[in-house]
Design a protein around this ligand. Structure first.
Ligand code: FAD
Length: 248
């Protein structure tokens, strides 16, 4: 029953993402047809990237919806995916606990527990007890003649949020910018924050014109919109900026 680490792999990105966003952006301001713009500017990557960056940073984000990124993610907890699937402008395909038996299930240990020898031992002991209980339920169901996913779907009720899961996620660029704004923030929970940072690196590598300056919302705003209680103080609070301006 091993402890596992987060892994995220970029499975696919919409083909010719830069050309596609560029043609969509230009269509808004041009008398020309996007099909011709797409053909004409095929090779001028620098020009297209500069234009996309300007448009995206101005807040005109709908052209970004035409490009989609798909990620395969494993080594994450059910606690993480419960938060991930709250993002509604996305598509998800997650490993089922009905069809996949949790035999020798993997789990994620939070850093605060990992760092403390006694807490770590306690955590692992509890995971082992849960596994034992799960296996006992499978045996009990077998004895009363139940089988297949009907057994797994009820036995899984005792599995922990720490149980490892695997998921495929697709998001368009606009949703990714929003996802990074809220989940790369230091206020976000550590596991989804780490996942978002890893996804951001993959996006920046593939499509810098859109993602070069993206990240936590404060990165774009140059102030922290959170309350004083929750702010990490990487940037000044909004009210501090307003107060400063009113004093000038
Ligand atoms: C630090 C942090 C703490 C959180 N704590 C809690 C908590 O305690 N409890 C809890 O339940 N959730 C919590 N959440 C989850 C949060 O409330 C959102 O459900 C989650 O971040 C998904 O983001 P979203 O709803 O902004 O956007 P998405 O679902 O990703 O959608 C993107 C954007 O599309 C628009 N949109 C999507 N659907 C609609 C709609 N139906 N109507 C109007 N506009 C729409 C919105 O502008 C939205 O921002 C927390 C999130 C964070 C980052």
């Amino acid at each position: 029953m091993p402890q596992v680490k987060l892994k995220v792999q970029l499975l696919d990105v919409t083909q010719n993402a830069t050309g596609l966003i560029y043609a969509a952006c230009r269509q808004c301001y041009s008398a020309k047809f996007a099909g011709d713009i797409f053909e004409d500017t095929k090779d001028d990557i620098v020009k297209m990237e500069e234009f996309i960056q300007k448009v995206a940073e101005s807040g005109h984000e709908s052209p970004l919806e035409h490009v989609k990124f798909t990620f395969a993610i494993c080594g994450v907890s059910r606690a993480l995916t419960h938060q991930l699937v709250r993002h509604r402008i996305a598509s998800f395909s997650q490993q089922s606990q009905r069809y996949v038996k949790a035999v020798d299930f993997n789990y994620i240990i939070p850093p605060s527990i990992e760092e403390d020898k006694h807490l770590r031992e306690k955590f692992i002991r509890i995971m082992q007890d849960i596994q034992k209980g799960y296996d006992e339920f499978l045996q009990s169901f077998k004895k009363i003649g139940a089988s297949g996913e009907k057994v797994n779907q009820d036995a899984r009720f005792i599995l922990p949020q720490a149980a490892e899961t695997k998921i495929v996620v697709s998001m368009n660029c606009r949703e990714l910018l929003h996802f990074f704004a809220v989940r790369c923030c230091n206020r976000a929970q550590w596991e989804i924050h780490f996942l978002a940072d890893e996804m951001l690196k993959l996006c920046q590598d593939k499509l810098p014109a859109v993602f070069k300056h993206s990240g936590a919302k404060c990165v774009k705003l140059s102030y922290c919109p959170e309350s004083a209680q929750f702010s990490c103080r990487k940037f000044p609070l909004k009210e501090e900026i307003i107060k400063k301006k009113s004093q000038v």
